[in-house]
Write a protein that binds this ligand. Structure first.
Ligand code: ZN
Ligand code: ZN
Ligand code: ZN
Length: 288
């Protein structure tokens, strides 16, 4: 369906996919793809800065590989589009009084292009009651690799997950700094940009009466204050200890472990490649 049309419209870039190279040999990559989509459909397979770039004759085959991943030497590998970055983004901890439109607005502010509607997950035992997980398909803004791990909307703090996520600034989505160092960050003490509250030149320490730091960061305070360093809420100066069993994301954590930490709710937006593959296989058998 529509494959001839796609071929006419689409540049070959649209028909190209990317597999992260895990020291695979070209024959293993090609065998795996031919096994999935058949012979005579690959135009090129090129190694380029840590990736295999595979250009196919038609976009539907590229879409299929992106959707299902491929199996190389018995391990499943993610396949990414070269020119597109469609993702399923899941939000966790969204009470039903938060409107879909409010969520959309927030993602549009980031520059995302939304595809389709929000899906609301429910508890398997209580199919009419939402469990706070919503997901949507979207395209990330160009030059943007990831959305932040969390966002706050109307005082509700929600976690945000998608495949291939990395740590980025919550404000501008750049990956070379965190929000408190963002040039766009507006200090709540003096309303100017370029520093956060704890580094505000206008703030006065009540311990030493000097400008430029808060009392919990005071260099003249005793040792009892040292454990507060860097662990305070910039807004209140209050000490925050990480909650027990917090679902903390580490930058260098392997992707699979990160996925294991997701709540295993039936009907969750995140499917493993294995389930997607078997679904697609069944579908193909039915069609054939
Ligand atoms: Zn920033
Ligand atoms: Zn300031
Ligand atoms: Zn001080």
């Amino acid at each position: 369906m529509g494959s001839a049309k796609h071929e006419r419209m689409g540049a070959l870039k649209e028909c190209s996919v990317r597999v992260m190279d895990d020291s695979y040999e070209v024959k293993d990559v090609l065998k795996s793809i031919i096994n999935d989509i058949g012979n005579g459909k690959i135009l090129s397979c090129v190694k380029s800065s840590g990736n295999w770039i595979i250009t196919l004759r038609n976009k539907d085959d590229a879409d299929l590989l992106i959707e299902t991943g491929i199996v190389i030497n018995d391990s499943t590998c993610n396949v990414y589009g070269v020119s597109r970055s469609f993702l399923t983004v899941s939000l966790f901890g969204v009470p039903s009084y938060i409107d879909d439109d409010e969520l959309s607005e927030k993602l549009l502010e980031f520059g995302c292009k939304l595809k389709g509607k929000w899906h609301h997950n429910t508890y398997p035992e209580f199919p009419n009651i939402e469990n706070g997980i919503r997901y949507i398909r979207l395209e990330l803004p160009t030059e943007c690799k990831s959305l932040p791990y969390a966002m706050t909307l109307n005082g509700v703090h929600m976690r945000l997950k998608h495949n291939g996520q990395t740590r980025v600034c919550n404000l501008c989505l750049e990956n070379d700094h965190i929000m408190r160092n963002c040039p766009k960050y507006v200090c709540r003490e003096c309303n100017s940009q370029g520093h956060w509250e704890a580094k505000c030149p206008q703030v006065r320490c009540f311990k030493c009466n000097n400008l430029g730091h808060k009392s919990f960061n005071c260099p003249q305070a005793g040792d009892d204050n040292n454990d507060h360093h860097g662990n305070g809420d910039p807004a209140t100066g209050r000490h925050i200890s990480p909650p027990k069993h917090a679902n903390v994301q580490h930058k260098d954590q392997p992707k699979d472990e990160a996925m294991d930490q997701l709540p295993q709710t039936k009907g969750s937006a995140i499917e493993t490649n294995e389930t997607k593959r078997s679904k697609t296989r069944i579908q193909r058998q039915l069609n054939g």
